[in-house]
Design a protein around this ligand. Structure first.
Ligand SMILES: O=C(O)c1cc(=O)[nH]c(=O)n1[C@@H]1O[C@H](COP(=O)(O)O)[C@@H](O)[C@H]1O
Length: 238
């Protein structure tokens, strides 16, 4: 198991269509309070230089590219991700054991110390969406099965919904596992395309170690205020 840097309790998902919107948005946030998540949309438009700039500004960065490919390709992609100096990288557990082992090798051999986590079942999916892709096992069991595979291959944690966080704590027994939960909605916020959701304080209480929150922050009139409110609400659930 690698020695990884600590993870922030909150990653703000920077799902912006235009990279020019990132700088003024990020200027409102404090690297001591939250990390930033760069996903497929922003990375495809903004590229690695944008990620490097966020790292240079002192933010912990979660490069959320959910690699899912043959083992060699994922190994090389993970090396490239680590070279950017990010704090957290992810792969899809559905890529299988050999793919996760290749990712583990790449990240362990990198000079940085990002945590490597596996996406289990996307938080946008429910039981019937899972059945449509041929998985008839109960959703929670599917999450646990994939998490066990990831744990056996030495990954540092998982991405799952907060509904499964408690079960993940029994699978990842290291002192500081990375149980990263998107699908977080402050009470009353729109669900958007998320299915398996919890509020920030419920998620931390359930065992999540880092929350991923996008639209409830990025679309708010006062994003820094929402960040403060979320951090205050989880401080009492630790
Ligand atoms: O890996 C992820 O970050 C992720 C996994 C998952 O199962 N569900 C999920 O929503 N995400 C990401 O988390 C973010 C959630 O954004 P909001 O729904 O706007 O809060 C998006 O950037 C998603 O790509």
């Amino acid at each position: 198991m690698s020695e990884t840097a600590p993870q922030p309790q909150l990653y703000v998902a920077l799902d912006f269509a235009d990279p020019k919107l990132v700088e003024p948005f990020v200027d409102q946030l404090n690297p001591g309070e939250c990390g930033l998540k760069v996903g497929k949309e922003l990375f495809t438009r903004g590229g690695p230089d944008l990620v490097r700039r966020l790292v240079q500004q002192g933010f912990p960065v979660f490069l959320d590219l959910k690699f899912h490919d043959i083992p060699h390709t994922v190994e090389q992609a993970c090396k490239a991700a680590c070279d950017l100096g990010v704090r957290l990288v992810n792969v899809h557990a559905m890529g299988g054991r050999a793919m996760m082992a290749a990712a583990r090798r790449a990240v362990s051999e990198s000079s940085g110390s990002p945590a490597l986590i596996a996406v289990t079942v996307l938080t946008s999916m429910n039981q019937s969406a899972l059945a449509e892709v041929g998985v008839t096992r109960p959703l929670a069991e599917q999450v646990s099965m994939l998490a066990r595979l990831a744990q056996e291959e030495g990954l540092d944690g998982v991405v799952c919904s907060a509904l499964e966080a408690h079960a993940m704590r029994r699978i990842f027994t290291q002192p500081v596992p990375a149980i990263v939960t998107p699908g977080i909605r402050p009470s009353g916020a729109a669900l958007d395309d998320q299915s398996r959701v919890m509020t920030p304080s419920e998620a931390i209480f359930a065992g999540a170690t880092s929350l991923v929150v996008g639209r409830p922050i990025t679309r708010a009139p006062n994003p820094a205020g929402v960040v403060s409110d979320i951090l205050a609400s989880i401080a009492s659930s630790d």
